[in-house]
Design a binder for this molecule. Structure first.
Ligand SMILES: [Fe+2]
Ligand SMILES: [Fe+2]
Length: 287
């Protein structure tokens, strides 16, 4: 019987994580959601998909910021940046039959239960900040606490002038696609995005001002505006399960090697999204 499983932030540019991915079991009846930050660019994504695509019935991918990076060595080689980098990653996914935010939404089913799986790509616009901080002061507000995301050096928005401009184009595109969904037979959506859709889930006690790079207020109603069963995301590297307005939110990060307890297999980090409801020991019930 098929299941819908999820993981994100496997960052296989770290050797221990690449070894973990290689050790993953076979799940040939199941679908796998990869919610971004597979590695630092197309070479890492290709390595991951070569390893994982034979082991699952279907993979669904949403990009993370690290996937979109163009590092200095990449730029010297003339590799694509910004939107062109994203399109390069989408093409790579399609070569492996992996579904992306540019493909029609697909329906997962186990025969009795089903869901429309919607991979998204929304980026951020620095709007996750105190209302007392003006938009134009946001980056300085974070810098005052010593916080500057590496995206500011490695994530290009080209040809958009700024990342918020690209973000807002992605919001319009995503809403248009979600508006067109017509679920049948009680089917609901599973939204897949690298970034949390709601600000209240950005809980970063050690680096609170990193919130700037974690999403946009423009997605804050999507889980109620659309008929959503669950939202799958990553980026925070802090695994959690929450219920917000009656909707299940799952942060499914694998994370960096030093962020995990030793002795746990990568298989144990796969989060089952469907068909089961929230496991009681994971759900905190935020609101
Ligand atoms: Fe990450
Ligand atoms: Fe990320």
């Amino acid at each position: 019987m098929s299941r819908l499983l999820a993981i994100s932030d496997i960052h296989i540019n770290h050797v221990a994580n690449q070894e973990a991915v290689a050790s993953l079991g076979n799940y040939r009846d199941d679908w796998l959601i990869l919610a971004g930050d597979i590695g630092n660019g197309p070479d890492d994504l290709r390595t991951c998909l070569e390893s994982l695509s034979p082991r699952f019935a279907q993979i669904v991918w949403a990009p993370g910021n690290h996937d979109l990076w163009t590092l200095p060595a990449d730029r010297e080689r003339g590799e694509p940046v910004g939107v062109a980098r994203y399109e390069q990653l989408v093409s790579l996914c399609r070569r492996f039959g992996v579904l992306t935010p540019e493909d029609p939404f697909a329906t997962w089913t186990d025969g009795s239960d089903s869901a429309i799986v919607a991979p998204l790509f929304t980026l951020y616009d620095y709007s996750f900040r105190p209302r007392s901080v003006a938009a134009g002061d946001a980056l300085q507000w974070a810098a005052d606490a010593g916080i500057v995301c590496a995206d500011e050096h490695f994530l290009s928005s080209a040809p958009f002038p700024t990342l918020p401009d690209w973000c807002h184009q992605r919001i319009r595109y995503s809403e248009q696609r979600l508006d067109e969904v017509t679920p049948t037979d009680g089917q609901q959506l599973v939204l897949v995005n690298h970034y949390p859709l709601v600000e209240q889930l950005v809980r970063l006690p050690r680096i609170p001002r990193f919130s700037l790079w974690c999403g946009t207020l423009r997605t804050s109603q999507w889980h109620t505006q659309y008929d959503v069963d669950a939202v799958v995301y990553g980026h925070l590297h802090i695994r959690s399960s929450d219920i917000v307005d009656g909707v299940r939110f799952e942060e499914v990060s694998f994370g960096y090697p030093n962020q995990r307890r030793s002795g746990r297999t990568i298989d144990s980090y796969l989060v089952q999204i469907k068909p089961n409801p929230v496991p009681a020991d994971r759900c905190k019930g935020a609101s």
